[in-house]
Design a protein around this ligand. Sequence first.
Ligand code: ADP
Ligand code: MG
Length: 619
Amino acid sequence: MPDIIQLLPDHVANQIAAGEVVQRPASVVKELLENAIDAKSTVITLVLKDAGKTLIQVTDNGTGMSPADALLSFERHATSKIKIAEDLFKLNTKGFRGEALASIAAIAHVSLKTKQHDQQIGTKINVEGNKVVGQEQAVVPEGTTIAVKNLFFNIPARRNFLKSNPVETRHIIDEFHRVALAHPSIAFTMTHNDDLVFNLPTSNVRQRIVNIFGSKTNEKLVPVAETTDILKIDGFVLKPDFAKKSRGQQFFFVNDRFIKSPYLNHAVNAAFEGLIKPSLHPGYFLFLEVDPKSIDINIHPTKTEIKFDDEHALYAMVRATIKHSLGQFSIAPVLDFNRESSLDTPYDYSNKPPVSPTIDVDRDFNPFSATPKQKNIDFPYKRDKDTAHWDSLYVGLNDTQDNTDGSYSPETHLTFESEQVTGSLFEEQSPVSAQLTFQLQNKYIISPIKSGMMVIHQHLAHQRILYEELLKNITVHQGVSQQLLFPLELPFSIPDMQVLQKIQEQLEHTGFVFGAFGEDTLSITGIPVALVESQASMVLEQLIQDIMDEVPDAGFSQNDLLVRSMAKSMAIKTGVALNSKEREHLVNQLFMCKEPSISPSNQAVIITLDANDLDKKFK
Ligand code: ADP
Ligand code: MG
């Protein structure tokens, strides 16, 4: 047998490495901006053509390179930033792998102009597909200009894979934001197809945020600051009123490097707990400084992930510091969770006369009156969104005229989508008779059993039922859909759309049917049978959040996470009144589950009280 292993030629190795470093124009923008920052520049300009597909050019006024260094900079593992392995542990530069320029040059036409400050004459180099096609001395300004043209010219498959110009531009802007926010003392401009998109003068962090996100942002910012032995935190969170449905403005920087950390994001969410609705995302711009020795940024080639030595301590500190800041700036809890727009400003109310609250009481209200006959069969998870505001059902009771006997029943206010009920739901034989169950506090279903009584938590029980059903569907790919009459067009942020795209197949197995995945809108033509149309958006938003917040290594599979999240947001809530049919159905379904007694997140679903327990109470 002949030997078959051989070393890959450099240009092949570089193309492979390039795949890791350069996914899209935004990756090039990030690397070039970071190199300019590492070169101690104070003014950096970014020029783009066609979302970077035709041209990405970064000009800086930094140190520049000698002619020899300029040539060497395109070699793989050529870096001026670390010399020995130990340097890896005290990094204060963005780059250190010496891979970016080599990778970019492997897949684009690159031209470099550079001159060091103490030199009269500079260097010009052109590189195409890793081959230097020209080097000459040239009169150029101090600093460096790198122009990257025709990205992926030699890998048509990659080039075709690029998204539309607006999508790629959005990615570039995201990178630009991250770099510009981390370095307010550097002036940046960005021009796209000859339009000036950003002009950010040297400033402090607050001004930089405002310059990027608009002057209205200023009044939304709550400063955050804390210094301890292991951590310095600085920056701003957005007031709870400005929490958003999408996670647009969430920025963590560790030692001036943008990072993604679901774990720390969770810490911020925890600090906002009770102040914002769980489906909303707080905005934040947080700058952490830690000893470079205590982090490992080497775990990901594009370096947005990071490992901390003492994650738990950081978590606690981030949470406590933000809580403290929110408290100190007396951000009163926002209890009005039902308000539609999270962006309306409270100042709108300031000129309006106060209206004193009124309580309308229906004198005829009889809680013990029989449930009026219902037009249609219904079941709990088919209710319209209105039921989410169940508590408001008890206000304004005088609009119950259509109740002939004058009694009030919450059910009459619910909208039922009974046409969509699949006939089989109530056909099973019931082990628990409806007459024998009743509901306590719109939360528990009580049923007598031989030894005493059984108390079932309605929300957790329904979670268990949906969890097993969805898990089965997703595993054997047999989710049943209900076709929507009109497709739903749901808006999502670009990062959220990416998450959805990644789990598209799994979602389809649960019964979702998707139309087009647009840039920031998703068209849905079918939904799982167990889902109400009006809940679709909320369920998906929650799912995205759960996926993003997932603590790595928590030991759950993606399917399990997805199904747990969906079951949780789809399950009937505490506070929803259930009629006898609904109770019966819920209980029957629960006992058909494999594990009826615990919820998908390990809480007890059922407890029993036997006669002995009751006897003790009467002693
Ligand atoms: P890294 O940044 O990981 O060192 P790169 O491939 O990005 O690797 O860059 C290689 C080297 O080229 C850098 O270490 C630096 O010495 C030099 N270099 C790149 N861009 C610039 C620039 N804008 N100004 C000065 N030197 C630069
Ligand atoms: Mg670099």
